[in-house]
Ligand binder design. Structure first.
Ligand SMILES: Cc1cc2nc3c(=O)[nH]c(=O)nc-3n(C[C@H](O)[C@H](O)[C@H](O)COP(=O)(O)OP(=O)(O)OC[C@H]3O[C@@H](n4cnc5c(N)ncnc54)[C@H](O)[C@@H]3O)c2cc1C
Length: 309
C-alpha cells in the first residue's frame, strides 16, 4: 500500500488543505509521499517534507508548472508516479479537475468529497447535499480520492521526509493557460477563516453588506453569503457558501438573515459553533444553530458593532 498526495500550492506555500489530506492519508497507511509540481518548488517541497507522516517528497520542476492545468497534473502523476496505490487530491476545483483524469486513465472508480475513512478501502462521503452520508467500498486495486479538507484535522510539521527530484513531464495537450484572475483582499480566506460572518436575503443591498463587512473586520472574520444574494448581484460569487459554493468549517459561523436552505447548510454544517439571526422564529436555520436569535439582522449587526468598539 502506498499513498501519494498531489499537492496544491501557490508556488510559495502549500494550500493549508494539504495538511488535512496528510491526516486522511495517515488513516490509510502509516506514511505517505507528496508530489509537488512547481516552476521553482524548493520552498514548497521543503514545507511538504515537514508534514507529519511524510516519507518522501517528489519534486518536479518546470516553467510550465507556473500555472497547473489538470492535463499537466494528471500526465505527471501517471507518468512518474503510477505505481502508487492511493492518489489523494483536495476536493476543490484543483483536485476535482485533475483526479478524474487520473482515475479514468487508470480505469478505476473515483471517490469524491471523502469525509471519513473507515478502513483503507471503505470511505464515507455526503450525498443529497449532505443530507445523507453514504459508505462506499473500493473494489479496484488503485484508489483515487478527492478529500474534503474540512473533515480532517490538519497534521503538524514534525515530519522529516526526503526530497527526490523527478523529471517533469510535458502534457500532450492543446489547452493553453491564458490568465488567472485573483480576488485580492485583506480579509481571511473564507475556507480557512476561524470566524465567518454570512449575510442572506435578510440584508437588502450592498450598503447593508458593507456594514456586515465592517462587523466581520472588527471580529477578524471572513465574509460569506447565500446563492440567492449572489444571484441577485449583491455579492460576488466567491463569497457563496454551500453545495455549489464553498464548504467551510470555521470555529464560529454567524448567519444573518439566512433562511437555512439545505444547499446552504451543506456548506456550514462542519462549523464548530453556528449562530443564526433571523426575524422568523420558524426559519429552518434555527434547527442546526447552536445559538439562535430572533431579531432584525441589521439591528443586530449595528448593536454588535457598537459593543465591539
Ligand atoms: C441546485 C441548487 C444549488 C444551490 N446551491 C446553493 C449554495 O451553494 N448556497 C446557498 O446559499 N444556496 C444555494 N441554493 C439556493 C438555496 O436553495 C436558497 O435559495 C438560498 O440559500 C436562500 O438564500 P437566503 O437564505 O439568503 O434567502 P431566503 O431563503 O429568501 O431567506 C431569507 C431569510 O432572511 C430572513 N429575513 C428577512 N428579513 C430579515 C431581517 N430584516 N432580519 C433578519 N432576518 C430577515 C427571512 O426570514 C428568511 O429566513 C441552491 C439551490 C439549488 C436549487
Amino acid at each position: 500500500m502506498s499513498v501519494l498526495i498531489v499537492a496544491e500550492h501557490n508556488q510559495e506555500v502549500l494550500n493549508p488543505a494539504v495538511y488535512s489530506l496528510a491526516a486522511a492519508a495517515l488513516k490509510i497507511d502509516s506514511s505517505f509521499d507528496v508530489l509537488v509540481m512547481a516552476a521553482d518548488g524548493k520552498k514548497v517541497a521543503e514545507e511538504a517534507s515537514k508534514l507529519t507522516g511524510v516519507r518522501k517528497v517528489l519534486l518536479s520542476e518546470s516553467a510550465e508548472f507556473q500555472n497547473l492545468l489538470p492535463q499537466t497534473i494528471s500526465t505527471q502523476v501517471l507518468t512518474t508516479s503510477s505505481e502508487y496505490t492511493y492518489f489523494l487530491f483536495v476536493a476543490n476545483p484543483f483536485g476535482k479537475a485533475a483526479a478524474p483524469r487520473v482515475a479514468a486513465k487508470l480505469d478505476v472508480a473515483q471517490f469524491s468529497e471523502v469525509i471519513g475513512i473507515v478502513d483503507p478501502k471503505t470511505f464515507k462521503r455526503p450525498i443529497y447535499a449532505g443530507s445523507l452520508i453514504s459508505t462506499v467500498k473500493a473494489l479496484d486495486d488503485k484508489v483515487v480520492l478527492t478529500i474534503r479538507a474540512t473533515a480532517f484535522d490538519p497534521v503538524g510539521k514534525e515530519g522529516n521526509g526526503a526530497i527526490e527530484v523527478v523529471e517533469p513531464v510535458k502534457a500532450p495537450t492543446n489547452i493553453k493557460f491564458l490568465q488567472k484572475n485573483r480576488v485580492e483582499n485583506d480579509r481571511p480566506d473564507l475556507q480557512n477563516a476561524k470566524i465567518v460572518i454570512a449575510g442572506g436575503r435578510g440584508l437588502v443591498d450592498e450598503a447593508e453588506f458593507e456594514e456586515m463587512a465592517q462587523l466581520a473586520d472588527q471580529l477578524g472574520g471572513a465574509i460569506g453569503t447565500t446563492r440567492a444574494v449572489v444571484d441577485a448581484g449583491i455579492a460576488p460569487n466567491d463569497w457563496q457558501i454551500g453545495q455549489t459554493g464553498k464548504i467551510i468549517a470555521p470555529d464560529l459561523y454567524i448567519g444573518l438573515g439566512i433562511s437555512g436552505a439545505i444547499q446552504h447548510i451543506a456548506g456550514i454544517k462542519d462549523a464548530k459553533v453556528i449562530v443564526a439571526v433571523n426575524k422568523d422564529p420558524e426559519a429552518p436555520i434555527f434547527e442546526v444553530a447552536d445559538y439562535g436569535l430572533v431579531a432584525d439582522a441589521m439591528q443586530t449587526i449595528r448593536e454588535l458593532k457598537e459593543k465591539l468598539k
